[in-house]
Design a protein around this ligand. Structure first.
Ligand code: GCO
Length: 445
């Protein structure tokens, strides 16, 4: 179906292929709560939240949205939205408290209830195995900096695929390896809070390697389901046309995007980044690189904004005058179109999914309603940007809004709200916002 761009006209669901997947996304640590319930082990984020000053509002994930107990209500909310897919993550320490050895049947039973609830409502199951909350017990044995963790991850991935593969549309190995490596191990602003670029780059290698090992193992086990990875990709632009800024933008793009896309798609690290890293580059073998480059059924893209690089400040957001969200991220839907086109043209990716897209804005409840027009507009503009890429022949087959509901926004705690559905803390009352009603209407049409 050749799709035509529809400049300035309101897009409707009919402007997309009938089999296009429309979903919402969440992650385990951000919504489940019940961190000490039914045998769940500690994750690195439970430990990180206890570090003084780590979380802006001093909160943690012990309750979050209490999705662990309220999942039926949340499933009904998804069904009322009219989505046909739900992207969520499995808490590794909930099903394997130590990250190796014994499985926790009560943990698997929760995900069984959740998955059956989705299927009963005609909602596709899209699971992420690692959305950052790896078992603390493994961290104490070196975590992702320890190559043995790759093997433990494969055992976990195989167990999940064996138990749930028949019900699952797609299985993503890692959500945003760059965030785990750089924010978690170089800048230390995310769990586990380490500050070593050399460690961060070794972690990124082990995340990519464990991805390839898991994909290979699941395929060799003959378990049929779509396998892929999810990357956070922000197109990076030079803050000016000076040579210094152009060079900075190139290496920042290298560190954020090409360091992951080149091995996954071409089986090699980018030479310019390797030389930029020098002794901080990880050691790796040709066998490692061949393992990483397992063919994938999809690549998920989490898109929020673009970034600018200036030789002075590597993450300087250029003052473009465009609207910014409550995270300080510029609203730039064109960046999503450019990114999707690049991924198809430069990397030949044959199945792309927008696995996260959304915005935090300060929500105000007035007479029991939240009139989040800016979030509605953000979603509408980025759905259009997705359509614009598809009209240029880019193979995108899904869009997941981030997020189903307000939740624990990592180091920002509960201060930043991304949900289509408002969560009142601590009553935990769910209230669909204007954006949820818009998405519902869009999906009904
Ligand atoms: C990410 C994570 C989400 C975040 C969302 C807003 O992409 O960073 O997958 O867990 O909450 O992106 O920052």
């Amino acid at each position: 179906m050749l799709m035509q761009t529809k400049p300035n006209l309101t897009l409707s669901r009919e402007d997309f292929p009938t089999d296009f997947t429309w979903g919402v996304a969440t992650s385990s640590f951000q919504i489940e709560g019940a961190t000490h319930t039914d045998g769940r082990g500690a994750s690195v984020w439970d430990t990180f939240c206890e570090q003084p000053g780590a979380i802006a509002d001093g909160s943690n994930g012990s309750i979050a949205c209490d999705h662990y107990h309220r999942y039926e209500e949340d499933l009904d909310l998804m069904a009322r939205l009219g989505v046909n897919a739900y992207r969520f993550s499995m808490s590794w320490p909930r099903v394997q408290p130590d990250g190796r050895g014994a499985w926790n049947e009560a943990g698997f039973a929760f995900y069984e209830r959740l998955i059956q609830g989705l299927l009963q409502r005609g909602i596709q199951v899209h699971i992420t195995l690692n959305h950052w909350d790896m078992p603390q017990a493994l961290q104490e044995a070196g975590g992702w900096a320890n190559r043995e963790t790759c093997g433990y991850f494969v055992a976990y991935a195989l167990e999940v695929a064996r138990r749930f593969g028949r019900y699952t549309q797609s299985l993503c190995t890692h959500n945003e390896p760059w965030v785990i490596a750089v924010l978690g191990h170089e800048l230390g602003v995310f769990a586990p809070g380490l500050k070593s670029r050399k460690t961060a780059m070794l972690v990124s290698h082990h995340l990519l390697l464990s991805h390839g090992m898991a994909v290979k193992a699941i395929r060799e086990a003959g378990i049929k389901l779509e396998l892929g990875i999810v990357l956070n990709l922000s197109p990076i632009y030079p803050a000016s046309d000076s040579e210094a800024d152009m060079q900075k933008a190139k290496i920042d793009d290298g560190l954020n995007a090409r360091w992951y896309l080149d091995p996954l798609c071409y089986g090699r690290y980018p030479e310019d980044v390797l030389s930029h890293l020098g002794d901080d580059a990880p050691t790796f073998s040709p066998e490692d690189m061949a393992t990483i480059a397992q063919p994938m059924d999809f690549v998920g893209v989490n898109y929020y904004t673009r970034n600018f690089s200036s030789s002075g400040n590597p993450w300087d957001v250029n003052s473009t005058g465009n609207e910014v969200t409550d995270m300080g991220w510029e609203v730039y839907p064109e960046g999503l179109t450019e990114l999707l086109c690049r991924l198809h043209q430069e990397y030949g990716i044959q199945c792309l999914r927008v696995t996260e897209n959304g915005a935090a804005f300060k929500d105000e409840m007035v007479d029991g309603q939240i009139d989040d027009e800016r979030r509605e507009s953000y979603l509408r503009e980025h759905i259009r940007a997705t359509h614009d890429a598809m009209a240029q022949g880019v193979p995108v087959d899904a869009y997941f809004a981030w997020s189903l509901m307000d939740n624990f926004e990592w180091a920002s705690g509960y201060e930043k709200r991304f949900g289509l559905i408002h969560v009142d803390y601590p009553s935990l009352k769910r209230t669909p916002k204007r954006s949820a009603k818009w998405y519902q209407q869009f999906l009904k049409a």
